[in-house]
Design a protein around this ligand. Sequence first.
Ligand code: FA5
Length: 325
Amino acid sequence: MNIAELKKIAFSEIEKAKNPEDLEKARKTYLGRKGELTAVLRSLAERPAEEKIRVGKEANRLKSELEALFESKKTAFEKELLAAAAKKERIDITAPGKKVSRGSSHPLSRLRKEAEDIFGSLGFEIIEGPEVETEYYNFDALNIPAEHPAREMWDTFWLGKKFLMRTHTSPVQIRYMEKHNPPFRIIAPGRVFRHEATDASHEIQFNQLEGLMVGKDVSLADLKGILEQFLRRLMGEKIQIRFKPSYFPFVEPGVEVDMLWNGRWLEMLGAGMVHPNVLRAGGLNPNEWQGFAFGVGIDRLAMLKYKIDDIRLFYSGDLRFLRQF
Ligand code: FA5
């Protein structure tokens, strides 16, 4: 086949291509490695010199022409495709927007924030401690040695022999006293863990807020005043509270504070005057310093404040519950 004939056939075939696949097939037929024109160009080597120049020139010209034609045809196909897609995906700017649903703070976070604000205004600093504790800080330093029966009140999840999930926020008392000199007043909110059966008012993980105030003459009367202030400001002037004597190894004397809930008294917090052994463990001289400490259950406060009858709802991840806040 001579160049002129080749040109005619190739052009008509490219024109006939109806889609990118046809076009690619045609390109392979003429310009591909085993294509017709490629064969002509290869065969030049065997031709006489003057024919080599003439046919070579013509073949190369045809090659550029074909390449240009393929390119423009390909672009045309691409444009068509884009136009078709744009038609299908037309954006309707008058369509109503999709509602973005906004979340809200978890009731426990809300309560914690409110409690922090109240204590902040009473001059308390906010401190955090680790959730994974050592046996020493969770028990020994708080006047609960290894064989002490009180350890049974706070069964927990042990991580090996020395580490555990803290059962209360009280270890933060020791950690803070070790590094700071009195007078001071702090609160330490955070998660705590217990290995116990759950019911409407008991969870295996819940939140406490620890308080510690140490000075020269901080007394039980200060404790009562601060707690009453806090609970009234948080829960309203009308709440009913009662203090009763209680026992915790890390305080002497110790008290418990209950609040009236659904006609019965619900235990809200433990408190008392920091035990001399605990002050010593924190590096303070009990003849020089004294103070009070308390540990309040944040979940229980939230239950009363937001009228929730089962503590387990807080951790259920149930949106029907959470959306009410
Ligand atoms: C303590 O944890 C002491 N560390 C509190 C304390 C601090 C006393 C400083 C003296 C001085 P208790 O185990 O009673 O005490 O827990 C304190 C509060 O946490 C309880 O009053 C209650 O409100 C809450 N609480 C206890 N167990 C659970 C539970 N399983 N689920 C939810 N809340 C709980």
